[in-house]
Each structure stands twice: as structure tokens, then as C-alpha cells.
Design a protein around this ligand. Structure first.
Ligand code: SAM
Length: 260
């Protein structure tokens, strides 16, 4: 998650989840029953994320443009861009509207989301939609992109290293850029002791992110509090040179360029 303003996003998120899921004890048991059955993010969770993205998508788009040298010029010139795990698609749609010369793909692994996004954003001419599992990018990708990005996705994946290696194969040289936004904690529960924002994400991660990552039995099951160093190491192991920028209290931007 990215905090749109100091802590505000987190407390709002906390509040909504409390209202939505934890209003009474029966709801706690319902959530646990769903998790036990291995249920993935529901439509309702995507709706909550989408509501946050109303304020957050412009913030993240602006952050990309401010923090990544040259990106604005490339987007104005016209490049091919794909977002993996786009959810309800607002971030891609925001950027597509801002940069009409570039071509955007909002990709999701959930078929219903892809169909809903097609309808939702049909008035934007330079955005298309595709169904992809980012952990299963072919050895020889059909399409290549100048810029790949994702927001709050890498820690949810069963095999983030495979995903990052696949993304690297998709990148078109010379620009070839991956950026991802993710939680950026210390990775140590002891070091983060007393930080209530991180504590909240340990809880949310247990109920949402870890079950979501069990798309494969051998999931790495990172969860949102795996730490910025773990995410940096994964991207480096996939062959990227990584610049990490702390964004707000516990989220960060990972700017990844191919080393070869
Ligand atoms: C926490 S949500 C973030 C959604 C959106 N990016 C946002 O910031 O609101 C994680 C997203 O990753 C997607 N996802 C999970 N596993 C995936 C996979 N294997 N390939 C592609 N996307 C995946 C989920 O469907 C979900 O929409």
C-alpha cells in the first residue's frame, strides 16, 4: 500500500476493514472460513482497494513522474506500457489519460476484473486489457514493453522471482524499465515493534496477502511485511539494478533497470 498522506490512508483502510469485516464476531469467523478455503481477493476487497485508489492513483502517478528521470519525456514521446495486477485499473487509466501518445495495457490474472475494466475504461482510446499470470510469462514473450509497473502486487505473488525474471524478458531495450510500489518495512517484527502501521499490515497480510499468494502450493508467501531488502534482493537476483526510494512511513518505490 502507499500512504496518500501521512498515516491517513492507513487509518482509513483500517477503519473500513474493521467496519467491513470485523464488525461482529460472526464476521471474524466468516473471514476465517473463507481464508481456510483458500479464497482469493473478493470483489469487495477490490472495491475497497479501488476506493483508496481514487486519491492514491494520482499520487502514485505523480510520484513515478517525479522520481523516475526521463519517464515523462518517454511517455510524451510514446512508449508501450503494461501494468500487472492492475486491480480495477485506475492507475493505468490515470496515466493513459495523461499521456495519449503512449499505449497502456492494464493486465490482471482475474478474468472478471479484465472484463469489468474493458467496460469501465472503454472511453480511453490508448488503453487495452489483458489476462496474464505474471508468474508465467513465456520464455519468449509475444509482446515487449518499454515500461512495466505494478503497485502492491509483488509481495502477493507465489513466485516473485519468476515474475521478475519474466518481466525482465518482456522489457524492450534500450529504455526497458520496471518500477514497482510495495510495502517497505524493515522485514523484522522486532525492529518494527511499536509501529502500528506495520502491525496493521502484519494482520492484513495474514488474512489477505498470504492466502492470495497460495496460488501455488510452494508459494514463497512473502506477505506485505517481508521488508524492502528482501524485495530489493529478489529484483537484483532477477538481473535488475535496483534503486529503492522510501515513499512514506512504510511503503517504497523500487526502480529497476536491466543490468544486461
Ligand atoms: C493488493 S491487489 C493490488 C491491486 C492494484 N494494483 C491496486 O494497487 O489497487 C494485488 C493484485 O494482484 C493481482 N495478482 C495476484 N496474483 C497475480 C498473478 N499471479 N499475476 C498477476 N496479477 C496477480 C490480484 O488479482 C490483485 O488485483
Amino acid at each position: 500500500m502507499v500512504f496518500s498522506q501521512n498515516g491517513k490512508f492507513c487509518s482509513q483502510f483500517h477503519h473500513d476493514h474493521k467496519a467491513f469485516h470485523l464488525g461482529n464476531q460472526a464476521n471474524v469467523y466468516s473471514v476465517m472460513a473463507l481464508v481456510n478455503k483458500g479464497v482469493r481477493y473478493t470483489d469487495q476487497v477490490q472495491d475497497i482497494l479501488d476506493r483508496f485508489s481514487q486519491g492514491n492513483a494520482p499520487f502514485v502517478a505523480q510520484m513515478f513522474l517525479e522520481q523516475i528521470p526521463d519517464l515523462k519525456a518517454q511517455l510524451e514521446k510514446g512508449i508501450d506500457v503494461i501494468e500487472f495486477g492492475a486491480g480495477r485499473g485506475r492507475l493505468s487509466a490515470t496515466l493513459a489519460q495523461q499521456f495519449p501518445n503512449s499505449r497502456f495495457v492494464a493486465s490482471e490474472v482475474v478474468p472478471n476484473l479484465v472484463e469489468a475494466n474493458k467496460e469501465r475504461w472503454k472511453s480511453i482510446p490508448n488503453i487495452s486489457f489483458s489476462l496474464d499470470d505474471v508468474c508465467s510469462i513465456p520464455d519468449v514473450p509475444e509482446k515487449h514493453f518499454d515500461w512495466v509497473f505494478c503497485c502492491d502486487v509483488i509481495h502477493d505473488l507465489p513466485d516473485p522471482l519468476e515474475a521478475l525474471q519474466g518481466i525482465k524478458r518482456m522489457l524492450r531495450k534500450p529504455y526497458g524499465l520496471l518500477t514497482f510500489v510495495d510495502m517497505a518495512t524493515s522485514g523484522s517484527p522486532l525492529a518494527d515493534r511499536g509501529d502500528m502501521a506495520v502491525a496493521t499490515f502484519y494482520t492484513l497480510g495474514t488474512f489477505f496477502c498470504i492466502p492470495e499468494s497460495y496460488q501455488r502450493e510452494n508459494s514463497l508467501a512473502l506477505g506485505p511485511c517481508c521488508g524492502s531488502q528482501t524485495l530489493t534482493n529478489l529484483a537484483q537476483n532477477a538481473g535488475f539494478q535496483v534503486k529503492f526510494i522510501k515513499v512514506e512511513d512504510c511503503s517504497g518505490l523500487f526502480i529497476c533497470k536491466c543490468t544486461s
